[in-house]
Design a protein around this ligand. Sequence first.
Ligand SMILES: C[S@@+](CC[C@H](N)C(=O)[O-])C[C@H]1O[C@@H](n2cnc3c(N)ncnc32)[C@H](O)[C@@H]1O
Length: 209
Amino acid sequence: MTKVTPIEHDYLPAAGRDALLPLYDAMTRLYGARWAHRRLVRRADLSSGLRVLEIGCGTGNLAVAAKRSQPGIALTALDPDPLALQRAHRKSVEIDFERGYSQELRFADGVFDRALSAFMVHHLDDESTKNTVAELFRVIRPGGAVHIVDFVELGHTFARRDQPTFRSAPEVSKQLTDAGFAVEKPEVVRRRMLGTVAFYAAIKPATDQ
Ligand SMILES: C[S@@+](CC[C@H](N)C(=O)[O-])C[C@H]1O[C@@H](n2cnc3c(N)ncnc32)[C@H](O)[C@@H]1O
């Protein structure tokens, strides 16, 4: 009998395991992820012509919500998972979905006006988080902003068993501040099925300040 070897990952995939990925959109919709995406997009104050990066786009739901809210943005969304990216590609041909890791961005300094991230920072270990925040600081232009939503505490059991790294709002704020961002007070919201989530806004200070 042919032995099926599981694919080795150097990242934690969207649903924890590839086998659960087909359920990801339905489960996250049920838990209220779309609500968080819409709120994050509103907070990011997108307007036509802005260059926007999403890190950890998974199956593309936040990217699609952002593009739908402001079709005139130029949006690049990246994820290391080819299986998730296949699903994202099917949702929009107007978003530049590409393979990549948040801790080593291929982009030049200061090329984005906004960076977005939903429910991905807890997929990173401490060192990758530190490098990711430094990379975001590098690729955002002075005066640009990073908008993140992530779990403080999970409210459900889907994909829970794979040891993600949940962090408190003050911890994430400190990591952003240490990288040089001016960080607004996070908005922490408890939702019955989703869990407790925090919305962060981090501004890269303008150079003449
Ligand atoms: C829970 S999913 C969130 C997907 C999407 N943002 C959403 O809200 O539905 C987290 C994603 O982060 C991705 N990820 C894990 N490690 C990453 C890394 N180092 N760089 C970029 N993305 C990463 C995973 O592949 C996964 O697709």
